[in-house]
Design a protein around this ligand. Structure first.
Ligand SMILES: Cc1cc2nc3c(=O)[nH]c(=O)nc-3n(C[C@H](O)[C@H](O)[C@H](O)COP(=O)(O)OP(=O)(O)OC[C@H]3O[C@@H](n4cnc5c(N)ncnc54)[C@H](O)[C@@H]3O)c2cc1C
Length: 173
């Protein structure tokens, strides 16, 4: 959406909304943002008002977290969301699919496809587990969980090297 006056400008912004919902505002270009949230009336619930000048696309999505039991059978190999579908938390899905394709291409070039399916499956499994842990931690509604979450996030924001290390681990480098 277009929101040229959004006060956080080019910063990736995340906030918790009343009722345990979450929202992230991702800068795309000057004055243009992607807003992803777990409730439909997000703009009204934002703790900092966002004046929206225009909306390019609005839609709802469900979080499907799943993985095939085997990434390859015979001469058929699956990649991307067809093989493993993490939640958007961590923003790893597309990158994982690109890594599948790059790894597959390298193995084909080197004539070592053996083990490709098992290796990609293990990588997909690790990403799914990590993003699920993150999703549960971010969305746990219990007040004790919310208090812990706030304390951890304050620590990560307050100690930049720690925050960067956590981000690298969670977002995959
Ligand atoms: C809200 C949200 C935010 C996200 N943010 C990020 C992010 O920041 N970073 C990141 O890395 N990932 C992110 N992802 C995940 C990312 O969008 C997906 O992992 C990625 O798009 C998967 O790509 P894909 O090509 O495997 O599958 P898709 O993008 O689903 O492409 C599959 C294509 O196949 C077509 N198709 C399906 N069936 C048929 C058929 N029978 N015949 C012909 N065509 C068919 C579909 O129409 C579709 O175009 C996000 C996902 C969501 C929902």
């Amino acid at each position: 959406m277009e929101a040229p006056d959004w006060r956080h400008g080019t910063a990736f912004t995340g906030c918790f909304l009343p009722g345990g919902d979450v929202c992230v505002v991702v800068p795309l270009a000057y004055g243009r943002f992607r807003v992803i949230a777990s409730r439909s009336d997000t703009l009204a619930a934002l703790p900092v008002p966002m004046a929206v000048a225009g909306t390019h696309h609005a839609g709802a999505f469900t979080i499907s977290v799943r993985q095939v039991p085997r990434d390859g059978v015979g001469h058929v190999y699956l990649a991307g969301d067809a093989a493993h579908c993490p939640s958007p938390v961590g923003g790893r899905g597309m990158n994982l699919g690109i890594a599948d394709a790059a790894d597959f291409a390298a193995r084909v070039a080197e004539g070592r496809l053996e083990g490709c399916s098992a290796a990609r499956h293990a990588t997909g499994d690790a990403v799914l587990r990590l993003s699920e842990r993150g999703r549960r931690a971010l969305m746990a509604p219990h007040p004790a969980a919310a208090a812990t979450r706030r304390a951890v996030l304050r620590l990560l924001v307050g100690v930049p090297p720690l925050g960067r290390a956590a981000l690298r681990r969670f977002a995959g480098g």
